[in-house]
Design a protein around this ligand. Structure first.
Ligand SMILES: CC(C)(COP(=O)(O)OP(=O)(O)OC[C@H]1O[C@@H](n2cnc3c(N)ncnc32)[C@H](O)[C@@H]1OP(=O)(O)O)[C@@H](O)C(=O)NCCC(=O)NCCS
Length: 183
């Protein structure tokens, strides 16, 4: 039986080029500056209106992590340079969900693939789940390619496309389920 770590707030995950560490209020400025129109166009939420709004998001997400509902990571490189955010929502449920974004300058370098595989590996070792959800805007090729590579490695299903309201506009979203390792 796998055991959830005592506190999700202390979890740090390392991969070859990246470190996923707990978010803090000191990250607010980087998040506010980098979570801009370049990044959010295929995401559920648009940019934050202000640095204060970003800080409120971070405070809320730290609280959710303390309560065991969620893991919210800042992605940094080995020099601790900010690259983006990644999360596991519903970490205490049977169907957790992965989310991520990289700042524009960090995209297209294989970081997305590397960090999602590190997250799923961590989830396999530490969480009890039926499947991990991965939802992605149907035109977000870079992201759904990652989902397909996960299914190749771990097994899983492409559930289909479903309409969702993203930033006030109805768009098609691809839904994938990634199975636990060796299931
Ligand atoms: C989507 C995102 C996470 C992908 O991460 P990334 O590091 O840029 O992607 P990778 O470099 O790991 O590439 C993954 C695959 O997609 C391909 N790819 C990447 N960007 C692509 C693009 N714009 N168009 C087509 N293919 C693309 C890569 O070639 C790679 O495929 P391969 O393994 O067959 O060569 C990142 O670009 C991002 O943060 N985008 C903005 C926010 C966002 O959309 N978040 C995801 C919400 S689900």
């Amino acid at each position: 039986m796998k055991k959830q770590p005592r506190s999700l707030a202390d979890v740090t995950i390392r991969s070859e080029r990246l470190i996923l560490r707990p978010i803090t209020l000191d990250d607010a400025r980087d998040v506010f500056i980098e979570f801009n129109d370049n990044v959010t166009k295929m995401m559920a939420h648009g940019p934050n209106e202000s640095l204060e709004a970003t800080s409120e998001f971070i405070e809320k997400t730290i609280q959710q992590t303390r309560e065991g509902e969620k893991l919210q990571f800042v992605i940094v490189d080995k020099e601790e340079k900010f690259l983006g955010l990644a999360s596991i929502e519903d970490a205490n449920h049977r169907t957790p969900e992965i989310g991520l974004w990289l700042k524009k300058a960090a995209q297209g370098k294989g970081f997305g693939t590397e960090l999602v595989f590190a997250l799923v590996e961590w989830a396999n070792q530490n969480l009890e789940f039926d499947y991990i959800k991965y939802r992605v805007h149907a035109q977000n090729v870079g992201s759904w390619k990652i989902a397909e590579k996960l299914i190749e490695k771990y097994g899983g299903e492409f559930i289909g496309e479903t309409p969702e309201i993203l930033q006030g506009v109805e768009r098609m979203t691809k839904v994938y389920h990634i199975f636990p390792e060796n299931s």
